[in-house]
Design a protein around this ligand. Structure first.
Ligand code: PNS
Length: 188
């Protein structure tokens, strides 16, 4: 089978579509990377799109999250990392992509992801979502649990790439350094 944009991948699956894999990636975990690698195999191009969410206070600024993702995806030639804000469907259209890719881990992900997929199909012409099931070893890995374990002094080296771990450690050192100043401000 061939498509308008491409031909067959190594295993004979039709390629040609461009997909957007959106998320906060705060920070990117081995679970995210597993989805990126597996999804990238089936598309001509996979755009990993890092959201700016004004309602969240992320650990890493959007440009830092983009830089970390670029670093850890550097060996996957058909992956592009970009930042976006606003409606996901508008971004997908702007990038002339065909569909959204999301990872699904445990059953509790399903309800939220399903409602987002329905909403995204209803927005301005609609974009479909393809779900990639997480590999079993990453089924319980989430950015929020990684952040919590790290903040409490635990070891997250099994869950995030070394470059991400180093960035988290640098943030912690920066936090410790600014702590007395913060206290001085509080007292004044
Ligand atoms: O990694 P996350 O935080 O679960 O990703 C959530 C994300 C970025 C996919 C979602 O918040 C999103 O799509 N944001 C863009 C704004 C938007 O389009 N919202 C409506 C989606 S139904």
């Amino acid at each position: 089978m061939t498509t308008t944009r491409g031909s067959r991948s190594r295993n004979g699956v039709a390629r040609g579509a461009v997909a957007v894999y959106p998320g906060s990636f705060d920070p990117v975990t081995f679970g995210h990377l597993d989805i990126v690698r597996r999804a990238a195999h089936y598309f001509t191009r996979l755009i990993v799109a890092v959201v700016t969410n004004p309602n969240k206070r992320p650990m890493f600024a959007q440009d830092q999250r983009v830089a970390l993702l670029r670093d850890v995806c550097a060996d996957i030639p058909n992956v592009e990392v970009d930042g976006f804000s606003g409606l996901l469907v508008d971004y997908v259209r702007k990038r002339q992509a065909d569909l959204i890719v999301k990872g699904l881990r445990i059953v509790s992900d399903f309800e939220y992801e399903f409602s987002m997929a329905v909403l995204n199909r209803k927005q301005r012409g609609g974009v479909d979502t393809m779900f990639v099931p997480a590999s079993i070893e990453f089924a319980y890995v989430s950015s929020s649990s990684v952040k919590e374990v790290f903040r409490l002094g635990g070891d997250v080296s099994d869950f995030v790439p070394p470059v991400v771990l180093r960035a988290m450690q640098r943030l912690r050192i920066a936090d410790v350094k600014t702590e007395p100043r913060r206290k001085e401000v509080e007292r004044s």
